[in-house]
Ligand binder design. Structure first.
Ligand code: ADP
Ligand code: MG
Length: 578
């Protein structure tokens, strides 16, 4: 006998609340139970998107009849024994609440046979009222069947969304678990049709292919990074691949799917300046951390966690992502990233919404995608790549046309220069101070009393960026030096904007991110604008500089610097091949 009722004391410590919100929540809880029971195969069958039937069958350890009878009671679990267990939960379940909660709003039937027993037992619970277990022939393992969810709570039934929506939630629930447990065979059937059948695989990458499909999976790069007792690993997309929502951003802690602000923030910080606003990467992130370092008893549906050492987790995750992207941008080892020009899903998307400061991009709508264009996958960029290209010329005053080892390459001179300046500024900033140039004619800023107070406070911060301001009479300041990389111009609006924005940033955590955003603005003001004829020597210098920096393939706003047409892509466009 393994199941027992938790003491009142223990039960009162469990995060209380509703777990059954919709069919997908039932599917999630039942799969968790099957995984906790050590199942190697889990089959989910649903009808009418789970509203009329949910059946989960596993080949796990099963339950004895006494356990079966207890398991559907409140606070009955086999997963916690001592008080301390709650601080080192190593199973997906631990609350002893799922089966009774589900049983109270449905007609439930469980058939189970332990691997070691000759016969199985069945128990029925309807609207929370249970009958005694009876003998039933069954294979080893457990089948839980839920019919007519919310039949006795019409108010909650009304909150269900369309069948299509509920079905997609069920699919998400299965897929999320499947990604974390590639060694388990998952099946999902709906109204007699097979929706998913993920055979057990030994490599996580194979499971990615099964769940996310070839297109998305092949663009994902594996990463792994250990920091102290924390390991952050998984798969991620390199810029410029991105998606308009966070659908493919999935995070797990000790194989449990979670929605955690700290973890998500860390992932996105790792991508900082590599993605355009409103764009998300695809990241399947697994954080492995000692059980005792994470509290999972926070949220009734167990979607949230609390880390004992939150900032360490944040650092490990952001570091892991950054490191992977950095390596990818340099392309350490030649990897066969086959460019398939006919299918750019997210990649093409990445170029669409870029409209900085409300300006609409000119030219034809790229969505029409008349020619398959291939923004070069960063994986294929290696050191010296840019300088190795032959420059054929410049078109439209803003693109360098080059012959690359793979075909035809276009470089956006503005985006390229912006990235170069940005990376240089970032290096200077992190190594102390930004190099300055003194202005021959200082530019003066008049300020109101309030503004000059603020300015006074921000002088040091401005100096770090390379802007030196000196008091110049009452409520008047003179800009006497600016970052050396900055082009000539009127610096006053930029300084005023920086002061206003620096004023809003009080918390230091935000400051770093903010600094980078500021750098991007400075970089943007300093660059060769489009529509300027470049000398050959200038073009060569620009390409050489791109080779010197990290993340050379995106401008600091996430716009691509380089677009390449491979020989294959060109052949396709000219219909030499089909
Ligand atoms: P919890 O998972 O939090 O312990 P549940 O209400 O989900 O609570 O399940 C109660 C108990 O029933 C579990 O602790 C487990 O011992 C048993 N159980 C539930 N589902 C299964 C299953 N598929 N196979 C074996 N045992 C199970
Ligand atoms: Mg459970």
């Amino acid at each position: 006998m393994k199941v027992h009722i938790l003491s009142d004391e223990m039960a009162s410590r469990i995060a209380a609340g509703e777990v059954v919100e919709r069919p997908a929540s039932v599917v999630k809880e039942l799969i968790e139970n099957s995984l906790d029971a050590g199942a190697a195969e889990i089959s989910v069958a649903i009808e009418k998107s789970g509203t009329s039937l949910i059946r989960v069958t596993d080949n796990g350890e099963g339950m004895e009849p006494e356990d079966l009878a207890l398991a559907v009671e409140r606070h009955a679990t086999s997963k916690l024994t001592t008080e301390e267990d709650i601080f080192r939960v190593a199973t997906l379940g631990f609350r002893g609440e799922a089966l009774p909660s589900i049983a109270s709003v449905s007609r439930m039937e469980i058939v189970s046979r332990p691997t070691t027993a000759a016969t199985g037992y069945r128990i029925r619970v309807e609207g929370g009222k249970k009958a005694a277990p009876v003998v039933a022939g069954a294979p080893a393992g457990t089948t839980v069947e839920i019919r007519d969810i919310f039949f006795n709570t019409p108010a909650r039934r009304k909150f269900l969304k369309s069948f299509a929506t509920e079905l997609s939630h069920v699919c998400d629930a299965v897929n999320r678990m499947a990604l974390a447990f590639p060694e388990v065979h998952f099946r999902l059937g709906h109204d007699g049709r097979n929706i998913a059948n993920y055979a057990a695989v030994s490599a996580g990458r194979d499971r990615l292919h099964q769940v996310l499909g070839r297109e998305i999976a092949k663009g994902l790069i594996p990463f792994s990074w250990v920091r102290g007792q924390i390991k952050a690993h998984g798969y991620l997309s390199a810029a410029p691949t991105s998606f308009p929502n966070s659908r493919y951003l999935m995070t797990y802690v000790n194989r449990r799917f979670v929605r955690d602000k700290v973890v998500t923030h860390a992932v996105l910080q790792g991508y900082e300046t590599l993605l355009m606003k409103g764009q998300y990467p695809a990241v399947i992130l697994f954080v492995d951390i000692p059980w005792a370092e994470v509290d999972v008893n926070v949220h009734p549906a167990k979607y949230e966690v609390r880390f004992r050492r939150q900032s360490e987790v944040h650092e490990a995750v952001a570091g892991a992502v950054r490191q992977a992207l950095r390596q990818e941008a340099k392309g350490p080892a030649p990897r066969a990233v086959a460019l398939d020009p006919s299918s750019f899903g997210g990649v093409m998307e990445a170029q669409l919404p870029y409209a900085p400061r409300g300006i609409k991009p000119d030219g034809p709508d790229p969505r029409r995608n008349v020619f398959p264009m291939a923004p070069t996958h960063t994986a294929t960029i290696r050191e010296g790549f840019f300088a190795s290209m032959d420059i054929l010329g410049q078109v439209l005053g803003c693109y360098l046309v080059c012959s690359s080892p793979r075909g035809l390459a276009l470089v956006d001179q503005h985006a390229a220069h912006e990235r170069v300046v940005f990376e240089k500024l970032r290096q200077q900033l992190s190594s102390g101070e930004v190099q300055r140039q003194r202005l021959l004619i200082p530019q003066t800023i008049e300020a109101t009393a309030g503004e000059s107070m603020l300015l006074e406070h921000k002088l040091a911060a401005l100096a770090r960026f390379g802007f030196v301001l000196e008091a110049f009479g009452p409520d008047c300041y003179a800009i006497t030096a600016v970052p050396a990389l900055l082009a000539e111009g009127d610096y006053r609006p930029m300084v005023q904007q920086m002061v206003a924005e620096l004023a809003e940033v009080e918390r230091s955590e935000k400051l770093r991110q903010h600094l980078e955003e500021r750098l991007a603005t400075i970089a943007c003001h300093s660059v060769i604008r489009a529509n300027r004829q470049l000398e050959m020597t200038e073009m060569r210098a620009l390409l050489r500089e791109l080779d010197q920096i990290e993340f050379a393939t995106q401008c600091p706003h996430g716009r691509p610097v380089l677009i390449e047409f491979s020989g294959d892509a060109l052949a396709k466009m000219f219909k030499r091949v089909v």
